[in-house]
Design a protein around this ligand. Structure first.
Ligand code: ZN
Length: 474
């Protein structure tokens, strides 16, 4: 138990950069789980078990290191980050490192410290400046040694004799790639990639606080929440998710050894928002994968071209126009549609009403937030509809109010304003994301993919929430 714990600790905490929150959390929980006796046993293991693992450090540093670990096991993980293990740590277990049989070497593993350069590390391992120079030149085409960043892992394989001279330096620029510097007679520098294992996961949950927290509770990477919010950006406002909303999602976790290094694309999802089902299935029609619902409709929705069923544009979007009431040149950051008072005004897309009120210039107006990018606004209404209340969810085509001439208006019309990332733009020239359904010729293919994924989704129970299937390494 302690050994496993310790090896985990070594792999995840000392050698993996501390910014990986997920791993930090796992580690923290593990420490909390251990009782005081286990901690002592574990410290004893560090001191006595030289055949497993030992520190080649000065006694004072060893004490410091143990203290750091001890404090860390009280839950203060920052100490590890601050104190760290000031020198590289020697491992003697039999293994292959980065495709190199390392049995005959002394294996030192650590992470680059703040302000540390490659030369600092190599000098420490008995590589003279002249050889470091030669290495920098040799490495030029493969990687720029000045790009070595603090917190990244490295390994040094050294001669197992009195010289302890470095034979290989291996740097990991990220969780999956590595760069090998062969420092022996003829220097060589090459890149390699770690074996990544994919584990397909099916999870389900009910949201009590936020989607992010619910996913964290079942050990799902926050990246999945990000991906879901992108997929559903046009139908669900993730800032206003309701308690009781539910989801099921099938996705892939990517691992290097037992460390999660990322997630793949979402393979299928179901979101139940305000008791309505939103399915999402990826399908590629030859232009990259997009998500579609169970009826082969794109999850990206087009906006209605106009907020009125009938009406005519009386004034377009322009940076300059003569204002009929104020009698001066003024930008008009909207499109006016003239129609008789009382004509229904429609929300051009699904979204949440964020404002429905009166102001001096706008008169009665409604603002609808469609997603993180787009918001629309409708001015000069004679009156609001029942659904035009802040916080209410409206669907595309829902009536939100009626044409009028309240505020600064010469006659009955609706002034339609389109906001993109907080700025007003002309909706008639705005390039909006594609929203076409699955093409008829691909329908049989889509149906087959969808049917099998939907069956899979539908049998995932909400109560029990995680199933893992290891896929072959890729
Ligand atoms: Zn206007």
């Amino acid at each position: 138990m302690s050994v496993i714990f310790f090896s985990k600790l070594m792999n995840h905490e000392i050698f993996v950069q501390p910014s990986v929150n997920q791993q930090k959390t796992v580690y923290k929980n593990k420490v909390k789980f251990l009782g005081w006796e286990s901690k002592m046993a574990y410290l004893a293991l560090v001191n006595t078990s030289t055949n497993l693992l030992f520190f080649r450090v000065k006694p004072a540093l060893l004490v410091l290191g143990i203290f750091a670990l001890l404090f860390a096991s009280c839950g203060d993980e920052e100490l590890i980050a601050d104190v760290g293990i000031p020198v590289d740590t020697l491992q003697t277990k039999t293994s292959i490192h980065y495709g190199i049989v390392s049995d005959s070497f002394l294996v030192f593993q650590s992470s680059v410290k703040k302000n540390e350069l490659l030369s600092h590390i190599l000098l420490r391992h008995h590589i003279p400046y002249s050889e470091i120079d030669a290495l920098v030149k040799q490495a030029k085409d493969v990687f720029d040694v000045t790009q070595i960043r603090s917190g990244r892992n490295y390994t040094v394989l050294c001669k197992n004799d009195s010289t302890e001279k470095a034979q290989f330096f291996i740097y990991e620029p990220n969780a999956t790639d590595f760069i090998v510097c062969d420092l022996r007679n003829e220097m060589k520098v090459y890149r390699g990639e770690k074996e990544v294992t994919e584990v397909r996961r099916e999870v389900a949950g009910e949201i009590n606080s936020s989607l992010y927290e619910t996913l964290m509770d079942i050990d799902v990477s926050p990246a999945v929440a990000m991906k879901l919010s992108e997929i559903y950006a046009w139908s669900i406002d993730f800032y206003r998710i309701q308690k009781g909303d539910k989801f099921k999602v099938i996705f892939v976790d990517r691992y290097v050894e037992d460390t999660r290094v990322g997630v793949g694309d979402i393979q299928a999802a179901l979101f139940i928002h305000r008791n309505e089902e939103f399915y999402a299935f990826p399908f590629d029609q030859g232009q990259g994968s997009n998500y579609f619902d169970e009826n082969a409709k794109s999850l990206r929705k087009a906006f209605l071209k106009s907020p009125l069923k009938f009406g005519r544009i009386s004034s377009g979007y322009t940076m300059k126009r003569y204002h009929p009431v104020q009698k001066r040149m003024k930008a008009h950051l909207g499109t006016d549609y003239a129609a008789p008072t009382g004509t229904p005004i429609l929300s051009v897309g699904d979204g949440v009403v964020i404002e429905a009120k009166y102001s001096k210039f706008n008169g009665n107006y409604v603002k609808v937030k469609h997603n993180g990018t787009y918001t629309t606004q409708y001015l000069h209404m004679s009156k609001f509809s029942k659904s035009a209340k802040p916080g209410k969810y409206v669907k595309q085509g829902d009536v939100i109010g009626y044409v009028g001439s309240t505020g600064l208006a010469t006659g009955p019309h609706v002034c339609f304003r389109f906001w993109k990332n907080g700025k007003q733009v002309n909706h008639r020239t705005e390039k909006l994301p594609p929203s076409l359904p699955v093409d008829r010729k691909y329908l049989p293919q889509f149906e087959a993919v969808k049917d099998s994924l939907k069956k899979e989704l539908d049998v995932i129970p909400f109560e029990h929430n995680s199933k893992e299937v290891a896929l072959a390494g890729v």
